[in-house]
Design a protein around this ligand. Structure first.
Ligand code: FMN
Length: 121
């Protein structure tokens, strides 16, 4: 797969690889998702990871009235790296939004992105 990782060397850094459970990224303080553009979106593998965030989303937004506390550790941050082959003006619009909402669901602050067009030129 392309990269899913929490950059090694960060405090409590934790490699996130294909097949890892959502519980592992829950514990990470920093999450870096690296993704190739597939049809103007996330690759299927990245999307599978993102979709695991639905349980966290439900907990965060649907059970707020029950006193949900933010996930720990606090001050979690996430960064997004993305690359595509073409130079489409809106190439990164969809994946950036998806990753932003994923990070929000798991109480990770979106710290930014670096996106590369024409990666194969
Ligand atoms: C199934 C598939 C769909 C792709 N769709 C797009 C696309 O919509 N726009 C684009 O710019 N590149 C597209 N690409 C190109 C990939 O983004 C590009 O090959 C990738 O970022 C290069 O990374 P890699 O060398 O690690 O595979 C697609 C590639 C594949 C295999």
């Amino acid at each position: 797969m392309k990269l899913f990782f929490v950059k090694p060397g960060f405090k409590d850094g934790l490699a996130i690889q294909w097949g890892v459970s959502a519980g592992k990224y829950d514990a990470a303080e920093r999450i870096v998702i690296s993704n190739p553009i597939f049809f103007y979106g996330l690759s299927g593998r990245t999307k599978l990871l993102v979709d695991r965030g639905q349980a966290s989303y439900m907990r965060k937004y649907k059970r707020k009235a029950e006193g949900h506390a933010p996930f720990s550790p606090a001050n979690r941050k996430g960064f997004f790296l993305c690359a595509g082959a073409t130079r489409g003006k809106r190439l990164f619009d969809c994946p950036v939004l998806t990753v932003r909402y994923f990070f929000d669901a798991i109480d990770v602050e979106y710290a930014g992105e670096v996106c590369f067009r024409e990666i194969e030129v």
